[in-house]
Write a protein that binds this ligand. Structure first.
Ligand code: SF4
Length: 350
């Protein structure tokens, strides 16, 4: 007799808990547990070690990011990001303020890396990103943090501002894997990445969480420390991320396991180029790419000195951004952004 899921549930109620220990139940449970992180598969194929070597080699004439400083970080030289060879960590903890598919019930296991290769003048984390506050640690310590976050019940390891310490992260991941790490890695980046460096992460990172901050080079140059190439290099990097992991795949509980999630912060006076951004996504990526149109721009750090961005956004600016996204045919907008849009829409019509 073939057992359906309904039969199983019905019979469980009739006979009580003994069935929960039966081979049938255990088989179903085992099937659920079959998901393995990308880096575990790569390690089994014997390729993870080589990737770490490849990544560490980039430190010698540092070209980990589009700044291409060329400094020898192995010898202690520092480039634009001011990072040394060892990672500096500001904090690590379960975080409940990220997108819902990352948070679930257990939180997203964030590790905040200090320093940054982009350094925006409106940065909300400026003491960490601009001033490099935090504690220098070894790769082994980062591995321990990953394992602690897993033990706390987090659903993923969320690497915040990882670009300039990517080789350390890969090494830490391998160390943690050997001690039992099984969570997906979330690569939570400003988006200012080189596509060829992102290729090193193929088969290691399960979830990419890039920003797409601007679509115009004059804006990125002005507000992100001269990074005039930001729109072009970030588009290429995101396309590579999409090629690797595809659109977001959640599990049955809605928790993200794999895929790309893009963040776009709406800025005052259309500085972020939102209309161009959503049009680009609709043309270059699948229409069901997860997009978070964010309303939480705040005037921080040196943004006060630039009248164009020295205020929060208006309701109208957020609503036009969401309207553009909908008109572009994007079908997987962040539910919290949609809820905010609905709220204001009801007030408009009420
Ligand atoms: S990671 Fe830092 S040192 Fe390396 S290229 Fe980028 S900004 Fe320069």
């Amino acid at each position: 007799m073939k057992w359906t899921r309904r039969d199983f549930i019905k019979y469980s109620f009739l006979v009580g808990s003994p069935l929960l220990l039966s081979p049938l139940f255990l088989h179903a449970k085992k099937k659920e547990e079959q998901w393995v992180p990308a880096y575990e598969k790569l390690e089994k194929e014997g390729k993870l070690g080589k990737r770490i070597e490849q990544a560490y080699a980039l430190f010698e004439k540092c070209r980990l990011c589009p700044r291409m400083c060329g400094v020898n970080r192995r010898k202690g030289e520092k480039g634009f990001c001011r990072a040394s060879l060892k990672p500096v960590i500001f904090s690590f903890n379960p975080h409940f303020g990220e997108e819902m598919p990352l948070v679930g019930a257990g939180g997203s296991g964030t590790i905040f890396f200090s320093n940054c290769n982009l350094r925006c003048i409106f940065c909300q984390n400026w003491p960490i990103a601009h001033e490099g506050r935090g504690k220098e640690v070894q790769d082994e310590d980062v591995a321990d943090m990953m394992l602690k976050l897993q033990k706390m019940g987090c659903h993923n390891i969320n690497l915040v501002t990882p670009t300039h310490v990517m080789p350390n992260i890969l090494n830490a991941t391998r160390i943690a894997l050997k001690k039992g790490l099984r969570l997906p890695l979330v690569y939570n980046t400003s988006g200012y990445e080189l596509a060829e460096v992102v290729k090193i992460l193929d088969g290691i990172v399960d979830i990419y969480l890039p920003d797409m901050k601007y679509m115009d080079s004059d804006k990125s140059a002005k507000y992100s420390s001269g990074a005039s190439d930001y729109p072009e290099v970030t588009k290429k990097a995101i396309i590579e991320m999409q090629r690797q992991v595809g659109v977001l795949q959640p599990d049955k509980q809605g928790i993200a396991l794999r895929g790309v999630m893009i963040r776009h912060l709406v800025m005052p006076n259309r500085v972020a180029g939102t209309e161009k951004f959503v049009r680009w996504v609709a043309e270059a990526l699948p229409k069901n790419t997860y997009i978070n149109i964010m309303a939480q721009y705040r005037v921080e750090y040196k943004a006060f000195e630039h009248p164009e961005i020295a205020r929060g956004i208006t309701v109208e600016e957020f609503m036009e951004a969401m309207d553009w996204a909908k008109k572009s045919g994007l079908t997987n907008l962040d539910p919290q952004s949609k809820a905010l849009w609905n709220f204001y829409q009801q007030r408009r019509s009420g």
